[in-house]
Design a protein around this ligand. Structure first.
Ligand SMILES: [Zn+2]
Length: 235
């Protein structure tokens, strides 16, 4: 963790009563890492997370805090900290994020109603790397997560268009494309689709040849007979 002078200042100002762990603020996530991380977060399988190595949940919560970049004295900071013991709440946040990012991937509409809350613009942070200029107060954690994600998507519209859905029909997961023309989330999906296309093409060729042989054998017995063919699907 970096020795940020503002953290030291807050620790002093906050006094000894505040839990020190809550007052230490993770380094804010680099802007270029945000959208890929949001996709990774939205793709997280909560059951795997719960069953996985014990470090996975604190690690995810740390990255969530680093992305949200909450002031240590924001009420939501304490709520985020409690997430480590509340996997089902993590699951709800992941589901909310997935709902949002799927509409981005599908280029459709997303609508959310905020419960209540306020927003603060800290103009001294405008245009700087690290430290969000906007902070939200009194909203629920879900509202804050969605609002901050909406900000990030809107502010980085060109990169947000790299949030796509995998073209493999068995996968259809959202992913962050490393290249603008990438259509599959990984090599496995690209290879699976390629081999399925190969089988389709060659399966059809083989079926055509078999049908021609069958037609010829019928015509040997009965010249001019109409040989019908039942259409088949190839998977
Ligand atoms: Zn895929």
């Amino acid at each position: 963790m970096d020795a940020d002078p503002s953290v030291a200042h807050k620790l002093l100002r906050g006094g000894g009563k505040r839990d020190q762990a809550l007052s230490i603020r993770p380094k804010s996530m680099a802007k270029k890492d945000i959208l890929p991380w949001l996709v990774q977060f939205a793709r997280t399988d909560v059951r795997e997370l719960a069953a996985g190595p014990p470090g996975d949940i604190p690690n995810l919560v740390y990255r969530l805090r680093s992305w949200l970049d909450l002031e240590p004295d924001e009420p939501l900071s304490a709520e985020v900290q409690k997430l480590e013991g509340n996997v089902s709440q993590i699951g709800r946040l992941i589901a909310a994020m997935r709902g949002l990012l799927q509409t981005v991937a599908d280029r459709t509409r997303f609508e959310v109603r905020y419960r209540q809350g306020g927003v603060i613009l800290d103009s001294s942070k405008l245009g700087t790397e690290g430290g969000r200029a906007l902070s939200y107060r009194d909203a629920t954690l879900r509202d804050a997560v969605l609002r901050v994600a909406l900000d990030d998507i809107y502010e980085n519209a060109q990169r947000a268009l790299r949030i796509k859905r995998c073209a493999d029909s068995q996968c259809r997961q959202i992913f962050f494309a490393e290249r603008p023309d990438q259509t599959y989330c990984d090599h496995t999906c690209a290879n699976r689709t390629a081999s399925r296309r190969y089988r389709e093409r060659h399966g059809r060729e083989r079926a055509d040849q078999a049908h021609e042989r069958y037609k010829a054998s019928i015509h040997e017995r009965q010249a001019g007979a109409v040989v019908r063919r039942i259409p088949r699907k190839y998977h």
